[in-house]
Design a protein around this ligand. Structure first.
Ligand SMILES: [Zn+2]
Length: 396
């Protein structure tokens, strides 16, 4: 065998191993025979790959719980107990969490904190301390640090996070020096939530999914064949700052007439003549629940916002041509509490040729963990590559 063909054979062997690992990531707990069938591998190849996965401490086979049926049940392929992990950081409006996740997206440890102050220097210091603690517990098994921020990300910096009041914050400062050599990823929270819904949630069977999410403001992402559309600088998906709202109102982002500024808990409070809520998502949940229970000012405020939401979704479907729309956070709440006005406004906003078979609008299914799962997903995308596995082998 020549050196070139030996290299090609090695690359092919590594490709087969990566295919199996990606399947364990997506569907942990399958038998060797099931994996072989799904990936069209011979049983000899499957056995050889599983042996290599065990030797490299990437995956392990465990005996399933006794099922009561006769015969010995086949062992299941899962994450290795000493295998690689992703360190996840999720910053929200109210606080943060830092977690370690293994293959198959199981969270092994989680540290949480509430913002005492939203000053970037304070938050960054708290995150660094939490990551130091995580590293003390898991060491070199942490291969990628994946950070989620409710803001616009350019490279490893938060260019603007209007809801946190952040401008140009360097997220590398949140990573302790001992972890700095690992791969660092920084992404927008809603982009990650939409990615998780597209990979393993409500849009798992869509080709091009439009995900929209109302938390504090509105964000979204187009996930095209499992990949998020990020734009030239990574800042795509700020659908909440399209001028579908009232041109007289000024959004914290600096623009006027922003759509998202009229849809979240702060907007509902303004419509109802209440004080600005300390926790807009909790306030919106209360208003949505009251509206669902009956008539009154809350009902009117929710219906009004649902119409505004539905009309905007129609416009985005005209422009972007998705085959499914998924609504997460309070956007999903509007679909549950005011389905008729939302769907009516959506249909009215669609161009004629789309009305016979409009893309379906559904609620997100992954709940408050969607961003965390998305951050783990992009972390494993980075790790489950030839370079990622080489770095894992060298770390042991
Ligand atoms: Zn805005």
């Amino acid at each position: 065998m020549t050196e070139g063909s030996a290299g090609r054979a090695r690359a092919l062997r590594e490709d087969g191993l990566l295919d199996v690992l990606r399947l364990v990531q997506r569907q942990p707990g399958r038998t060797r025979a099931e994996l072989a069938r799904t990936l069209a591998l011979s049983s000899g190849s499957a056995t050889e790959i599983v042996t290599r996965l065990k030797t490299r401490q990437l995956a392990a086979e465990v005996d399933p719980e006794a099922t009561g049926t006769p015969g010995r049940p086949s062992p299941r392929l899962v994450a290795h107990e000493h295998g690689p992990l992703i360190a996840i950081v999720e910053i929200t409006y109210g606080g943060w969490r830092v977690a370690a996740a293994e293959l198959g997206l199981k969270v092994l440890e989680e540290i949480t904190g509430k913002h005492r102050s939203r000053e970037p220097v304070v938050v960054v210091r708290e995150l660094r301390t939490a990551l130091e603690l995580l590293e003390r517990n898991w060491g070199a098994r942490l291969r990628v640090v994946s950070i989620s921020v409710p803001g616009i990300i350019v490279d490893k910096r938060v260019a603007q996070a209007p809801m946190l009041g952040w401008n140009d914050v360097d997220m590398t400062a949140a990573v302790p020096a001992t972890l700095a050599a690992r791969q660092l990823l920084v992404a927008n929270d809603v982009t990650l939530a939409g990615l998780a819904e597209a990979r393993c949630g409500a849009a798992a069977h869509a080709t091009v999914a439009l995900y929209l999410d109302i938390r504090v403001g509105l964000g979204g992402v187009i996930v095209d064949h499992g990949r998020p559309t990020l734009g030239a600088t990574g800042g795509s998906g700020e659908f909440g700052h399209m001028p579908f709202g009232d041109p007289a109102s000024r959004c914290p982002c600096g623009a006027r007439g922003c759509w998202g500024f009229e849809l979240d808990g702060r907007a509902l409070a303004r419509t109802l003549g209440r004080r600005a809520p300390a926790n807009p998502t909790r306030f919106a949940a209360t208003v949505l629940a009251t509206a669902s229970a009956g008539a009154g000012a809350e009902r009117d405020a929710v219906d009004r916002a649902a119409v505004l939401l539905g009309r905007g979704v129609g416009g985005l479907v005209n422009a972007l041509d998705p085959d499914l729309v998924v609504l997460g956070g309070d956007a999903g709440g509007f679909l549950a509490a005011a389905e008729k006005p939302l769907r009516g406004a959506y249909r009215n906003g669609l161009m004629k040729h789309r009305r016979a078979h409009p893309p379906e609008i559904v609620r997100a299914v992954l709940g408050t963990d969607s961003t965390l799962l998305g951050a783990a997903e992009v972390g494993f995308d980075e790790l489950l590559t030839p370079d990622g596995l080489t770095s894992w082998d060298q770390s042991r």
